[in-house]
Design a binder for this molecule. Structure first.
Ligand SMILES: Nc1nc2c(ncn2[C@@H]2O[C@H](COP(=O)(O)OP(=O)(O)OP(=O)(O)O)[C@@H](O)[C@H]2O)c(=O)[nH]1
Ligand SMILES: Nc1nc2c(ncn2[C@@H]2O[C@H](COP(=O)(O)OP(=O)(O)OP(=O)(O)O)[C@@H](O)[C@H]2O)c(=O)[nH]1
Ligand SMILES: [Mg+2]
Ligand SMILES: [Mg+2]
Lengths: 291, 280
């Protein structure tokens, strides 16, 4: 796709020695278009293009490699570098309980992810407890209870509107039952909702999670950096989960968020079933964005 | 932008950035920018107000919305059927709850069909909304074929002289062939019951959606011809600009916008307000 476009830009360039500013400016325009159409943030795209220009100018055009391919390689490597070269696992408290808190915007896939993570840990022979702390959404607690029941994992919740207390209860239950992990499912919320962001901060200060994961829908567009940045500043998180990657969204939001916040992408959601969870591979996402 | 009184390249770049960061997309932005440049060449600008008017006018031209939209049912059908579809988590179930309340307040007898028989607690979620809105609901056991729920709901709605039937469907990614086939089958069942139905097929789009929204609309309309859009979560910071490209390409209006999670948080779409919000 992008490779073909760049090839046509470079048709006259073969064997010309080095890449110059002029002959790559057309190709960079194509790259910019590809990035924006892949939902990479406007400013992040500009930053990235400037960096590629820096790396590409003066590069020797090896006789055997097409210039278009060379630019693609420079971009691909830079992308993989940016997205995070290695997998950063979630925190594991070997001697006692690990508390994981899951946060994000409405409908991003948090509850489904809590089920997926719980199942993955259970398969690794860990004992897991789920906390149903979404006290707002109709039948949210039922949703998590149904998930927990399907995989034989206890769900701690109650009929109250007190998310903080539910989380505390879940941690206490986990401690009393010698569980290895407790996963806190929270309500979807807007980063500009002061009351709900304060609720998250209160949960955090009450139970001190070891790991906070920010769940993002892969089809998110330019707004991705706004929510990611705000959640990072107000709550702070340790990693990102990118959901609904089983669709055809390019997932450029992941690059934007990673660039702006520096947080590692830890998991990828690839379907609605509890088994549809993958570890993040930067090279796969790089190829997808450039697709 | 408000302080500028003349159009220079710097201002045009600023406008382009606003459009792109509003998720309007590369092609649509390019076309709008071209139109602005052409118009600026031909006309003269004395002050910022005239310039601002020009910008808003050019963008507004691109958006398809309805002349008067006050939640009035436009069809004369004895039973008005509304089919609500879209990708996972976009806000379908919540929007149906809001619409149900609105139609009820207009004196309509409303029935909901719980056709998401797949996802955990999906029917329970719609049941809460039916109760909140004070309307009837048809639901069968989980994992029942959704087409069977449609059949049951249309039967009950017709026999009970209901005015409006709102059909909630499971979220589905438009690239999943089997799920799109399921949707097509549901539409056929609707048509078999009432040939003119569904009278409205609304695609629900999350305002935070980027360029993938275009792919969603293109795929969904092939399976169940879309009549309009509901743009949700506009109470956030996302502008929802993707609907501009969608409405242009499919020639369908944005009908409603979701501005919150409560039952009263649904409004008719206003292109003027939408364009204004782009520049906030
Ligand atoms: N195809 C696909 N669907 C997903 C994925 N993750 C979640 N979903 C679906 O997305 C929808 C929303 O998922 P939820 O888990 O309810 O999202 P949430 O973030 O908990 O939503 P709120 O609690 O309302 O904020 C559901 O239909 C899920 O089945 C994924 O990786 N792929
Ligand atoms: N802030 C805000 N949240 C909304 C709006 N509309 C829906 N939501 C929230 O978005 C989340 C998903 O809404 P649902 O109605 O479950 O979405 P859905 O499309 O039915 O989801 P699936 O059936 O799982 O595909 C819930 O947390 C809703 O409260 C809106 O206009 N604004
Ligand atoms: Mg949830
Ligand atoms: Mg739903």
């Amino acid at each position: 796709q992008l490779q073909d476009k760049l090839e046509s830009v470079f048709r006259n360039l073969r064997g010309q020695g080095v890449l110059s500013e002029e002959n790559i400016s057309d190709s960079l325009r194509e790259v910019r278009r590809a990035f924006l159409e892949a939902d990479v943030n406007f400013k992040v795209t500009k930053q990235f293009i400037d960096k590629i220009r820096e790396k590409a100018v003066g590069t020797e055009v090896i006789k055997s490699i097409k210039p278009g391919q060379l630019i693609i390689k420079i971009i691909h490597d830079e992308l993989v570098d940016l997205l995070g070269k290695e997998y950063v696992p979630i925190y594991e408290n070997k001697s006692s309980l690990t508390i994981i808190m899951v946060v994000g915007l409405q409908g991003s896939g948090k509850t489904t992810f809590c089920g997926k993570l719980a199942l993955k840990l259970k398969k690794e022979k860990k004992s897991v407890v789920l906390a149903g702390a979404d006290v707002y959404r109709p039948a949210a607690k039922d949703q998590l209870k149904t998930l927990g029941k399907s995989m034989g994992i206890p769900v701690v919740t109650d009929d109250s509107k007190d998310a903080v207390q539910i989380c505390k209860n879940a941690v206490k239950y986990a401690v009393d039952n010698y569980a290895d992990y407790v996963i806190l499912d929270t309500a979807g919320r807007l980063h500009i909702d002061e009351k709900l962001m304060a609720e998250l901060q209160e949960v955090k200060s009450s139970v001190n999670p070891n790991e906070i994961l920010f769940v993002v829908d892969a089809m998110t567009g330019q707004d991705a950096v706004n929510s990611a940045k705000e959640f990072s500043e107000q709550v702070d998180y340790d990693g990102i989960v990118l959901t609904k990657m089983d669709g055809d969204a390019k997932g450029g939001a992941a690059l934007s968020i990673r660039t702006i916040t520096g947080k590692p992408i830890k998991f990828i959601g690839v379907g609605e079933k509890p088994t549809d969870l993958e570890i993040f591979h930067p090279d796969r996402l790089a190829s997808r964005i450039l697709g | 932008l408000k302080a500028k009184s003349k159009i220079d390249e710097e201002l045009l770049e600023e406008i382009e950035e606003i459009l792109i960061t509003g998720d309007i997309g590369v092609d649509t932005t390019f076309t709008i920018m071209e139109n602005i440049r052409q118009r600026v060449k031909k006309e003269r600008y004395e002050n910022p107000e005239e310039l601002n008017f020009l910008l808003r006018d050019e963008i507004d031209k691109f958006i398809i919305s309805e002349e008067s939209n006050d939640f009035e049912i436009k069809s004369n059908a004895p039973l008005h059927v509304i089919f609500v579809i879209g990708v996972n988590g976009s806000g379908k179930t919540t929007s149906i709850g809001k619409l149900a309340a609105i139609y009820k307040s207009k004196g309509k007898k409303v029935m909901l069909a719980a056709c998401d028989t797949f996802r955990a607690a999906a029917c329970e979620q719609l049941e809460v909304w039916a109760e909140r809105a004070g309307v009837a609901i048809t639901r069968l056991a989980d994992q029942t074929d959704p087409s069977a729920v449609i059949f049951e709901a249309m039967q009950r709605a017709r026999n009970g002289n209901y005015d409006v039937l709102l059909i909630d469907t499971a979220g589905r990614l438009h690239t999943k062939t089997n799920l799109m086939l399921e949707l097509g089958k549901m539409e056929k069942v609707i048509k078999r019951f009432i040939p003119e139905a569904p009278h409205e097929t609304l695609l629900v789009i999350d305002a935070t959606t980027g360029q993938n929204g275009l792919s969603q609309a293109r795929h969904f309309t092939k399976t169940a011809k879309l009549s309009g859009l509901i743009l949700t979560k506009l109470d956030g910071t996302a502008k929802g600009g993707i609907v501009i490209g969608i409405t242009q390409e499919l020639q369908i209006p944005v009908k409603y916008i979701g501005v919150g999670e409560q039952i009263e948080d649904l409004r008719p779409f206003s292109s003027k307000e939408f364009v204004e919000a782009l520049f906030d």
